[in-house]
Each structure stands twice: as structure tokens, then as C-alpha cells.
Design a protein around this ligand. Structure first.
Ligand SMILES: Cc1ncc(COP(=O)(O)O)c(C=O)c1O
Length: 505
């Protein structure tokens, strides 16, 4: 496997992986029995717990400013680093990026890794000030540009039915208006929350080729989708793709902390690894290596297949549920991971709608996002109207759920069960919608579900803390079951004496 630089066909046992890592760690100077270290960095680990947590590896990876360079004091760690990069490339190819030439693991998450790529491109385009960025409402993507010191040119998405697609004509206009040499790159995105689809990568690739502008693709969680990978591959074949960045945790089921930079030109990928200042943590590489060895080629492909199956399952179950509640799924053919469902049947203003997100979160459903039109957010001086929806005037309120790698039948079953209950309760607690009235001036006519005008505040994402603008009181009966919820508690059940009140601010 080390000589073939490919995933083993079948996954290794934990025992075998442990013994392999043990052997490699003995090749690092900190584990030599007679080593006498007199440098300022000798990988001395004060805690046995820390040492074991890292398989006695302490030197990290890379050598002053090149993440792929072997470290003389740490032959074992250097083998791990090299092997991880080789196996990651094999895994990316197996997932659909067939002609990728090189990749390396960066011990920073996706956003910072995009920043590193942009900063490297600057060397070859010293005049460039702008990054053309088809809008995706995820803060890290936008901040990656600003942190690198560039000015984002935000391209509004176009509404195509329910789906949001790249405004290609606007990209073209922006290139002409700013001048190609002043543009560092086009930063496109594959994986995104519905109803945004994968960017039109082939068309963007062609524009980049024609205007000699680099094309960086944020493929944050797209490795797990053969469609995302296929579209990148096509864009690289027919147009221009320079760098593709993907998260390790979002695609390979390891802890947060790493990303993979991949590309079709080895020299460019190498130049990015050389631009990393200093040595780096080996932890993300070790986690990925263990995982890839444990999965093997067959296990990896099986995970990808299973995710695809679970996407169809989630989609069908959400469709049936939507019908029961007078809603419907948003038709987003170009989003192979995230699914959107309207939340318009009972009207409701932004605050009321985002309560659905809070109610789901308090029932242990994480990761759904409830988006109601009308939020405006300013990030790094740029104002985004309709924040959360990837569009200034998206016409529906909706919620999203994702079939990401590792999702199980139980996850889907529980989610559908809880969503069913939450929607039933939410509707029961609400009066029937008032007769539609004309939209008030200044709201762009986009009230949620045709009810009252949008209220200020954040989108109701249940990933992380529930929305803070609303006080939510949950009363739990002695059985542990929630007996009433949300902003206007109903009379508690008979056994409420033993109830526990939890207030989320
Ligand atoms: C499309 C996209 N880009 C970037 C990020 C940021 O990723 P990270 O937290 O790994 O930097 C995310 C996070 O979900 C994302 O969805």
C-alpha cells in the first residue's frame, strides 16, 4: 500500500493500524531511546495522555514553510504526511475527481484554507484586488476572501423555478467592468444549502479560461457527492479549474480541523503548500490516515453509495411529510445533498417561523435551517439582503435538511417524527392565516407565506445555538416529555408540579 500509494482494497483492523502507527512513531527522534535533543523544538510531551492521544507523534508535519517537505527529525511523521496525501488523492479520484494530479492536507478548516489559496494566487497576480464570488450565504466563505485582503464582488444568484443558480451574465459583466487582470480569481461553490444549486461550473470554467482568470472551487462538503465531483471534473476538462478545496470533517467523518487542497496542476498545488508559514499540526493528517486505512477503497465507496441512498430516502420521507402538512419540497435538481421544504401553508412572520427551528433544536434535531425572508446582514461592510436564502428576494419561507455522509436510517426516522410533531404543534398554536393583504411598502412584497411583514433578526438555523432573539420556554413533565413549548406556553399538564423550566435566551 505504501509503495502503490493507493487505498488498501479492504479496510485495516484497528489493531493493525495501531501497530503501523506505533512503528512509524518509533522513527521520530523524540522516541529514540538514546536521543539527546538540544534544539528548541524536540517534541517533548509533558503529559502521557497527550502523548498517547497523538500516538507519541509530536513533531508535526512540514518543514519551515512547506507543508509537504519531509521533516528530518521525524521520519515517521513525514511518512504519515506523505502517505495521507497519497491516500487522500486516491480517495478524491475514487469519488469522481479522476484527473486530479495532486493534493495535500492542510491543518486548517475550509475557510482558512481558501484564504491560504487566495494568498498564494496573489504572487502570480500582484495587481489583482477583486474576487468574483457567486453568492452563498455561509459566512466563512465570504470571510475567507476578506481575510485574505481582497474585495469580494458578490454575484446575485438567479431564480430558476425554486432553485438558485449562478448569474453567469453578471459574472461576465463583472469581469469586463473590473478588468481581468484586476481579478484574483472566481471563487465558486459546489456544496451548499438548498435551494441554491451547485454553481454552473462548466460555464464559469469557460469564462475563466477565456479571460485567463484562476478558478478556485470551494467544494467544502462536495466530495461525498458524485454529482459535485463530476461537475468539477467536467469544468476542469472543458474549461479552467485551478484549485479545489474540501473539508476533511465534512467528507471523511473525522473531527473538525483539516481541509484538502487539490488540483490538476501539481506545480500550483505545490506552490500553495510552500506558502504555508511554519510547521503544522499532524493531527488532521493522522485522523484522515486512520480513517482511510480503516475504510479501505471498498469501505469508502460503500459510504458514498450509502449516502446517496439516504438522500433519496430523506427526500421521499420529507415529500410525504410535506404533503401531510400542506407544504411541498423545493425543486432543486442541482443540489444533491441538501433538501428544502416550504413553510408557507400557515403564514407566519419571520419570528414565528424561526420558532420552528428552535422547537426542532430543543427536540434534539440539529442541522436543520429555517429560513424566512426578510433578514438583512452586514458582513465585513457588505450588506446581504434576504440573508440565509442566498438571494435578496427568495419568494418562500422554507426549512432545509441534509443527507450528509454518515447519516443513518435512524437519523431520518427521528427527524421526520420530530418534524411531524413540531409542525402539527406549530400549526395548532396558530390561528388560520388572515386573508392576504397587499404587502407593506419597503418589504419588497416578500412576506413569509403572504402573512405579516418580515421581522428583523437572524435566520433560524438549528446548527449550533438556537436563535437568540426569542425567549423559548420548555416545560418538561416528569416523563421527560416536553408538554408545551415556544413563546406562549400553554397551561402545563396536571403533573406540572414536577415540571422543569428551561429558558433559552
Ligand atoms: C460551502 C461552505 N464553505 C465553507 C464553509 C466553512 O467551513 P469550515 O468551517 O471548515 O472553515 C462551510 C461550512 O459549512 C460551507 O458550507
Amino acid at each position: 500500500m505504501t509503495s502503490q500509494r493507493k487505498l488498501p482494497a479492504d479496510g485495516w483492523s484497528e489493531q493493525l493500524i495501531e501497530s503501523f502507527l506505533g512503528e512509524l512513531s518509533l522513527m521520530d527522534s523524540n522516541n529514540f531511546p538514546s536521543n539527546c535533543g538540544v534544539g528548541e523544538r524536540e517534541a517533548r510531551l509533558a503529559s502521557g495522555l497527550v502523548s498517547r492521544r497523538h500516538f507519541h507523534l509530536g513533531h508535526g508535519i512540514g518543514r519551515s514553510g512547506d507543508l509537504t517537505e519531509p521533516q528530518p527529525k521525524a521520519a515517521g511523521s513525514s511518512v504519515i504526511n506523505r502517505l495521507t496525501n497519497d491516500l487522500a488523492l486516491d480517495a478524491l479520484r475514487a469519488a469522481g475527481l479522476r484527473t486530479a494530479r495532486a493534493c495535500f492536507v492542510v491543518p486548517m478548516a475550509t475557510g482558512m484554507t481558501v484564504t491560504l489559496c487566495l494568498l498564494t494566487l496573489r504572487h502570480s497576480r500582484p495587481r489583482a484586488r477583486y474576487v468574483i464570488w457567486p453568492r452563498i450565504d455561509q459566512k466563512s466563505c465570504f470571510k475567507a476572501i476578506v481575510t485574505a485582503g481582497f474585495e469580494p464582488i458578490v454575484i446575485e444568484n438567479e431564480l430558476d423555478g425554486d432553485e438558485l443558480r449562478t448569474g453567469i451574465d453578471d459574472v461576465q459583466r463583472a469581469i469586463v467592468a473590473k478588468g481581468a487582470e484586476n481579478i484574483l480569481c472566481v471563487l465558486s461553490t459546489t456544496s451548499c444549502f438548498a435551494p441554491r444549486g451547485i454553481d454552473r461550473l462548466e460555464e464559469l470554467g469557460a469564462l475563466c479560461r477565456d479571460h485567463s482568470i484562476p478558478h478556485v472551487i470551494n467544494n467544502a462538503y462536495g466530495v461525498q457527492s458524485s454529482k459535485c465531483m463530476h461537475e468539477i471534473q467536467q469544468a476542469a476538462r472543458t474549461g479552467r479549474v485551478d484549485v479545489v478545496v474540501q473539508s476533511t470533517d465534512k467528507n471523511f467523518m473525522v473531527p473538525v480541523g483539516g481541509a484538502i487542497v487539490a488540483g490538476f496542476d501539481k506545480a500550483l498545488v505545490d506552490s500553495i503548500s510552500k506558502n504555508y508559514p511554519g510547521r503544522a499540526s499532524a493531527a488532521p493528517s493522522v485522523d484522515l490516515l486512520i480513517t482511510l486505512l480503516a475504510l479501505g477503497a471498498e469501505g469508502w465507496k460503500a459510504r458514498l453509495q450509502e449516502r446517496k441512498r439516504m438522500y433519496t430516502e430523506l427526500q421521499q420521507r420529507m415529500m410525504q411529510l410535506a404533503e401531510r402538512h400542506g407544504e411541498r419540497l423545493l425543486l432543486t435538481r442541482n443540489n444533491p445533498i441538501s433538501i428544502g421544504m416550504t413553510l408557507t401553508g400557515r403564514g407566519g412572520d419571520r419570528t414565528e417561523l424561526t420558532q420552528i427551528g428552535s422547537m426542532l433544536y430543543t427536540r434534539c434535531v440539529s442541522g436543520t435551517r429555517v429560513i424566512a425572508p426578510g433578514d438583512t446582514k452586514v458582513i465585513a461592510g457588505h450588506q446581504f439582503e434576504g440573508w440565509g436564502a442566498h438571494h435578496s428576494h427568495y419568494p418562500h419561507a422554507y426549512l432545509t435538511a441534509a443527507a450528509a455522509i454518515g447519516i443513518t436510517e435512524t437519523d431520518v426516522e427521528r427527524f421526520i417524527g420530530q418534524l411531524d410533531k413540531v409542525l402539527a404543534r406549530w400549526r395548532r398554536d396558530r390561528p388560520p392565516p388572515a386573508a392576504p393583504s397587499p404587502a407593506p411598502a419597503g418589504t419588497n412584497g416578500q412576506s413569509a407565506g403572504g402573512a405579516s411583514s418580515p421581522a428583523p433578526g437572524a435566520a433560524g438555523q438549528t446548527d449550533g445555538a438556537p436563535p437568540r432573539e426569542k425567549k423559548v420556554v420548555i416545560v418538561v413533565g416528569p416523563s421527560g416529555r416536553e408538554t408545551n413549548g415556544a413563546a406562549s406556553p400553554q397551561p402545563p399538564e396536571k403533573n406540572s408540579k414536577k415540571s422543569v423550566a428551561v429558558t433559552l435566551l
